[in-house]
Design a protein. Structure first.
Length: 488
């Protein structure tokens, strides 16, 4: 991310809730991007495995869940590319703008192009675009504030509220469009939402401070030719892999998982072997390894909201509300509601506890334990057949998902930056994103083993495994903290 000096908005400027006016525009574009992203993802799995007669593609359910996992993992892998393009070639502002255009085109492809062609083109464009936008939107918010501006944390809180509002209303409205008119209208509504945010941003992007347009570490002009060859090489490899049958829809998720693991190992090796890393910094990098594994395990379960939980909501949830059958995609809006409610509660709790709050490894451990409990809570309702699970029961389970997320997700990026060697700050953040990429891909792979007949064993294994990993991490916390060398 950009390390350029930030400016403070002049006090005479008009403000948005006491903050620079441009925060409102970034809040809006992020809200509409999350609206489109979660709105599309809320109906994506159903579009894949519903029969052609029901408006879907009729893809095997196990293959469909693997594709959703691979797509989600690809989004987080592409954040690394988005950050690199911002730092070396285009700057954060232009990468965000072009990424938003790419996302909108992806939703249009899903809405208008038929069958597998629309699915392939749409997911590639939305995946790459979302990674580019995710990597740079936060960076642009940072450019609105000077280094010591006390409004910074509050500004980010407002910005993240936009994320959750978008995540709340997206699945509701696209789900309604799907229910009333069909899948392609739902995808079309996601495109409209992204277009609204894009148009507003295009009209105001010139008002961003100079730091937003700056390229932090420009690539020398003489290396652009080599860059083109390097960029073309993986594209050629990917095309050949698919055309020769080496990579297929059936093994795409496994391939993505191998790529994420290989990239993660390579990052750790490069950092640990660097002569520019001090002995203390190297110990801190070693302490991040168990946290990386815990993060990947957490996301492998949490991201099943879009696979196993989505199937469960479709097949087993009683969605009858006063005589009206709620679309299953509505379930995707429950977590954002709880996040909006409890994010401030957790933030206030950590502030109140101060130095007495749990250390980062212990918070990770608690996140895994809560995630495991959430999966075990499915067991009393498992195997009951259609409409057997009350909506309130699933809401309680997703409340545990939320608490688990708040123990781990906000802490992950923070601890990655705190443990990072001075010359590898961006790479350590990339490592955390790689743990999410790996976990999201694994969520799709694991979902392939889920069936209605195996619900009790599936939820038991997942829940107990998460709790065991959480307890093991808690027991290892003293040793990890010793390696962290004073970082909490």
């Amino acid at each position: 991310m950009s390390t350029t000096q930030y400016r403070t908005a002049p006090t005479a400027d008009k403000t948005f809730l006491g903050h620079p006016r441009m925060l409102a525009n970034l809040f809006s574009v992020e809200l509409w991007e999350r609206f489109s992203f979660y709105g599309m993802q809320g109906i994506l799995l159903y579009y894949m495995y519903y029969s052609v007669a029901e408006g879907g593609l009729g893809i095997d359910e196990g293959v469909a869940t693997g594709l959703v996992g691979a797509y989600g993992g690809g989004v987080y892998l592409s954040t690394i590319l988005g950050a690199w393009l911002a730092d070396r070639v285009l700057g954060s502002e232009r990468v965000l703008f072009y990424s938003a255009i790419m996302i909108m085109c992806g939703h249009i492809a899903l809405a208008l192009l038929p069958g597998g062609l629309g699915l392939t083109v749409g997911l590639i464009l939305v995946g790459l675009g979302s990674g580019g936008l995710k990597a740079n939107a936060t960076s642009l918010v940072g450019t609105l504030y000077a280094e010591g501006d006390e409004r910074r944390d509050a500004g980010f809180s407002i910005f993240y509220m936009g994320i959750n509002i978008g995540g709340l209303i997206g699945p509701l409205l696209t789900g309604l469009a799907w229910s009333e008119f069909g899948f392609h209208y739902g995808f079309g509504l996601a495109a409209v939402g992204m277009a609204i945010g894009l148009v507003q941003y295009a009209l105001t992007r010139k008002n961003l401070p100079a730091a937003a347009h700056a390229v932090a570490n420009p690539l020398p002009a003489g290396r652009f030719g080599k860059l083109g060859l390097v960029a073309a090489a993986p594209v050629v490899v990917i095309v050949l892999a698919f055309t020769t049958g080496l990579v297929t829809p059936e093994n795409l998720a496994q391939t993505m998982a191998y790529l994420a693991i290989a990239a993660s190992v390579a990052y750790f090796v490069v950092i640990l072997r660097s002569k520019r890393v001090t002995a203390v910094e190297r110990k801190r990098v070693y302490s991040f390894i168990p946290l990386f594994i815990a993060s990947a395990a957490f996301w492998a379960l949490f991201q099943q909201q879009f696979t196993v939980v989505a199937i469960y909501a479709d097949r087993s949830l009683d969605r009858n509300l006063f005589g009206w059958e709620m679309p299953p995609s509505f379930v995707q809006s429950i977590n954002p509601i709880f996040i909006i409610i409890f994010a401030a509660v957790f933030a206030a709790l950590w502030t109140k506890l101060g130095n007495r709050q749990p250390s980062s490894p212990l918070k990770f451990a608690l996140g895994l334990v809560f995630m495991g409990v959430a999966f075990l809570l499915f067991i009393p309702f498992s195997g009951g057949g259609p409409n057997s699970t009350p909506l309130i029961a699933l809401a309680v389970i997703l409340l545990f998902f939320t608490w688990a997320e708040l123990f781990l997700s906000p802490i992950g990026l923070s601890v990655a930056t705190k443990l990072a060697p001075g010359v590898f700050r961006t790479q350590m953040v990339a490592l955390f994103f790689l743990s999410i990429s790996l976990g999201t891909t694994l969520a799709g792979i694991l979902a392939g083993y889920y069936t209605e007949e195996s619900e009790v064993s599936y939820f038991s294994f997942s829940g107990i495994t998460a709790i065991v990993l959480g307890v093991a991490l808690a027991l290892a916390t003293p040793a990890i903290r010793k390696l962290m060398s004073g970082v909490r």
